[in-house]
Ligand binder design. Structure first.
Ligand SMILES: [Zn+2]
Length: 146
């Protein structure tokens, strides 16, 4: 049984999504290896994207599957207690994410989401990034890639 309050649990789990988390660092070094250059955490853009590639008019978010509700992902489970609390919290997160994608897209940015669980198969993720950024078809496709 879960004895910590939702607030406490939230506080503890929020550390998972601090700005220099392991997943984000791993995505950064992967992109470096691919020869991609980017800026970090531009606060002047909606949602403060984790990575921004100005030359490619593209931003990348590295999303934790739990907080950002990766559809169909086992990591995106809902805790069995305080269901209402979590449901509201997740709804807010999702609304915020959707708004950021919408606003960025309206400003001409392409939005790429990398899910934390993708790092379990780094070769596949690297291949996905290569396809998105380094192939003519990928580079010209401006749809959000979530
Ligand atoms: Zn996931």
């Amino acid at each position: 049984m879960d004895k910590v309050s939702p607030e406490e649990r939230s506080r503890v789990m929020a550390r998972v999504k601090s700005r220099d988390t392991g997943p984000e660092k791993r995505v950064r070094s992967m992109m470096h290896r691919l020869g991609l250059r980017f800026r970090l955490h531009r606060r002047d853009l909606p949602g403060t994207p984790d990575l921004t590639l100005p030359g490619r008019q593209t931003v990348v978010f590295v999303h934790g599957c739990f907080w950002h509700r990766h559809a169909g992902c086992p990591q995106a489970s809902t805790p069995a207690v305080n269901v209402d609390y979590w449901t509201r919290k997740f709804a807010r997160n999702q609304a915020r994410d959707a708004e950021a994608v919408e606003r960025l897209t309206a400003l001409g940015w392409r939005v790429v989401i990398v899910w934390e669980c993708e790092l379990r198969r780094p070769q596949q993720l690297e291949e996905r990034l290569r396809r998105i950024f380094l192939t003519p078809d990928g580079a010209s496709d401006r749809r959000p890639m979530v």
